[in-house]
Structure formats: structure tokens, C-alpha cells
Design a binder for this molecule. Sequence first.
Ligand SMILES: [Zn+2]
Length: 394
Amino acid sequence: MKYCKKCVYPYYAVALEVSKDGVCSSCKSFERSEKISQSFWKNRKKKLDSIFESVIQKNSTNYDCLIPVSGGKDSYYQAHIIIEEYGLKPLLMTYHGNNYLPEGDFNRDKMRHNFDADHIVWGPSVEVLKKLNRATFKIMGDMNWQNHCGIMSAPIRVAVNFKIPLIIWGEIYMDFAGMHDPDDFVEFSARSRLEHDLRGYEWYDIMDKSDENFSKKDFNWAMYPDDIEIIELGVRGLYIGNFFKWDPNKHTDLVIKKYGWKQAEQPFERTYRRMSNLDDRYENGIHDLMKFIKFGYGRASDHASKDIRTGYMSREEGIEMVRKYDHIVSSDLYYWLKYVDMKEDAFWEIADSFRDPNIWWISKGKWYKDNIWGDSSSYGETNLSRLEQKKYIR
Ligand SMILES: [Zn+2]
């Protein structure tokens, strides 16, 4: 297993490419974006000004745009730009996957007061969510599909229903895997929703493949509007990260000082940052444990890679974070098992079936993988049958 020379991403990280000099596409993309001049961002802002002017002139409804908000630091930043800087009237819209931390609840509900805005919260039935957690964990090793799907579907459904032609998203995927540069000027697309966010599975695929008892009516929040509805209204989804330089640490400072936004009070067990994923306790916990199980790296690698690039920590410090956090089986696992009524043995049996054989191997019944600090270690016993173990024996 090889790692980027600049950050701590392994070569197998999702959607990553590594060039001959050993530097990953995410780092390269960051370097390119750092070279972008002030005048570039000024021009981008002008472009946004003119988009707002033309959309608002045509728009006869009460809302100028819709902002999908979780209540996280990025949501606050989006709302700050739209409401404070532009003086627009947005509709705030939250998909509620029922996994908020108390600080996340506080931040989300306070948005309505902070920004004096209208706010819709759409939360699917909790029984349906529990069934979906179980179903998608078995199908794709990701219990959080409902969240990815809800965040990317419910706001568009609401925008179409309320006839709001503009949706303001936050960051583009630029610093996540170097997929895009600001010059690409990506807008929201149905294709990236399905292929990237939903992992290729629509709600009807989940219904088909699962042994849970779902009805079509359970999925109203997951149903993406059809092309005709979208074309007739001319809905566009813009990423605010295309118009303003994106620095999560700076955004966090701003929203804490100006709006009293709260970080997590308790540290997370699987990463050192306290400012991310407060809307979803599993994102840092068990969803992310599955990422480690599948691909051999976790949320601490994501956070450290970002912080190394922006100069908040050295690569050596980043490696220490990976060593400390990436492999931890956190208490979220037991919380989740209780939530969805699953036995721990059943969890590990399913989890192990998703391990990537390019990364993991089995020796004497134990899982092994290479580490970024140069050796390889064992990470617990395997739960696979002897036959299934075959592809992992080196
Ligand atoms: Zn890198």
C-alpha cells in the first residue's frame, strides 16, 4: 500500500489519482487552487452577482433560492453569504436522517433565528430509516445511504414543489479527491448525485434488493424530480465554493464568532476534529469505520490530509493522527447495533465481506494491512468462512 508524498491519503483512496511524482490529485488540485489570483475570485463574484440578478428578475415566487442546510459550519457559511452579503430571501431546507448530535440539533434549529429565515425540516419515518440502515449496510456496506440520498434528493424535490429555480450548495468535491478545479465550474447534476452520492443505487434498487418490508410511499423524500419538472422550472444547483475561496477552518472561526455556532463538546473517538459531521454521529463513527474496513483509511486521514494541505499541521503530525484514530472501533458501533437491532457477530460477518483484497490480507485468521508509518499490523480476527478467506491469502 502506497501513500501520497504530501498528505496521508493512500493510493487506493476513493476517486484519487496519483501522478509519477507520488503526489495525489487532491494535493495537486489544492496547489492549483492556491495559485489562483485575487482578481480571479473578484471576477467569480461578479459572475455570481449577475446570476443572482437574472434569476431574481425572472423569479416570481417568494423565495430567491433554496439552501440545503444540515446546520454544520458550511451551512452557516452558505447562509451567511446569501443572506448577510447579498440580502436575499432563501428557504432553508434540512434533510433529517435522525442521527444528530445535541450540538448539531442546537446549530440546526438556531439557523432560523440567526438568519431570520424560513426553514423546512424533512425527516423520514424513523422505522423506515432503521430499515434502510440495515438494508444498505447489507447491500453496499454503507448504513448511511439514506443520508447521502436524502441530502441530494429532498432539497430538489422541495425546490421543484415550491418553484424555486436556484439551489445553493456548499463546497464542490475539489478538495475531497481533486475531482474538480474551480475552472471546471461544475454545477449540480443528476449524474453525480446517482453515481457519486447514491453509489449507483436509487430508492427502487434498495426496495428490490432488500429483504426489509418497504412500500413505495416510504420513499417520497428520496424521489428525484423527473427531467420535465426540472427543465420547466429551470432549476440550477450552484456550488458556492466556485465563487469564494474555501477554507473550512476560517469558515468555522467566522460562524463561531458571529453566530455562536457550536463544535462537538465531547471529542470524537475516530477523529481529532470537532467541527465536522455534527448532523450525523455515524459519519465520524460507524459509517467511517466501514470506510477503514473497506479501503484501509478513515476520517482522520481525510481531516489530516486537508489540514496538511492548508498548513494547519505537518505530515508527521498527520501520520500521528492516522495512527491514533483511523483503526478505532468506537462506541458508536454499539449505539448503532442497538438502534437497528443487530447482533455484533452479524455486523462483523457482513463488514468483513466488504474488505478490499488489494489492501487487506489474512494470516493465521487475522486481518493485516500496510501502514503509512512503514510496517504492517494486524487489525483483529476475521469473521469470514474458510472458503471466503481464500482471496485474502497472499
Ligand atoms: Zn496528497
